[in-house]
Design a protein around this ligand. Structure first.
Ligand SMILES: Cc1cc2nc3c(=O)[nH]c(=O)nc-3n(C[C@H](O)[C@H](O)[C@H](O)COP(=O)(O)O)c2cc1C
Length: 216
């Protein structure tokens, strides 16, 4: 769908998901993430960049498992994560939009839990590439987890925490030959509706990930 069509539909409150490809399972168990390998950090930083040209090939499950663990997985026995959060509120959830459905990443169980049995990729942003790229991530703040954070700081802190997660994804992508771009130009209401979020959950940002499109 073109950006113009999305802007028009979005203005009318009509930007909607597509039917899912195939039957979505209620949960997807992710294989244990391989925490070894990858490029050295300085090379990863030298490679980090935004990309908006994606091949349609799916990201295989073992790589998706590593990606989500790198993004915001549990990296210590006490349940703390690869990305920081103010007062360890861990308020940002990573939602995963796949052609088969939309899932929430459960970091403690390291699994995906189905939240919408439709293909919501095209709803995750106004730019056209989000429709066909194999994977769009959506970052959502759960305000019920931020009672320890001063009210006037909650939105800012949640965006900072989401930014740390997006950078983890950028670094993982640079290390593992994937393309990615963080996106703030999104229809937050349409995404919240597509994910069925309650009022105390706030859509913050989105991020597309996939293999880079090969230039002919
Ligand atoms: C908060 C934020 C919002 C962004 N929103 C978008 C967006 O909606 N769409 C997009 O294509 N790129 C978006 N970007 C990516 C920037 O355009 C990109 O980082 C910038 O052009 C620098 O390029 P680089 O990431 O390759 O260094 C965003 C970046 C940030 C930090």
């Amino acid at each position: 769908m073109t950006t113009l069509s999305k802007l028009v539909l979005g203005a009318m409150g009509q930007l909607r998901p597509k039917p899912a490809l195939g039957n979505a399972s209620q949960s997807i168990a992710l294989p244990p993430p391989d925490k070894t390998g990858g490029l050295p950090l300085m090379q990863v930083l030298a490679h980090r960049h935004s990309s908006r040209d994606f091949a349609p090939e799916a990201v295989p499950l073992p790589l998706l498992s590593q990606l989500l663990w790198a993004a915001n997985g549990v990296n210590r026995p006490d349940g703390t994560r690869t990305a920081p959060s103010a007062m360890n509120a861990q308020e940002v959830d990573v939602y995963v939009a796949l052609p088969t459905g939309a899932y929430r990443y459960d970091a403690a169980a390291h699994q995906l839990t189905l939240v919408a049995g439709s293909d919501i990729r095209r709803v995750t942003g106004y730019q056209d590439f989000v429709d066909e790229a194999p994977l769009d991530l959506v970052y959502v703040a759960d305000h019920t987890r931020m009672s320890v954070v001063p009210v006037e700081q909650r939105v800012a802190y949640a965006y900072v925490a989401a930014g740390a997660i997006t950078q983890n994804v950028y670094l993982f992508a640079a290390s593992h030959g994937l393309a990615t771009v963080i996106r703030a130009w999104i229809d937050r209401k349409a995404i919240a509706d597509a994910l069925g979020l309650p009022h105390d959950q706030q859509v913050l940002l989105s991020q597309t990930v996939g293999y880079p499109k090969l230039v002919q």
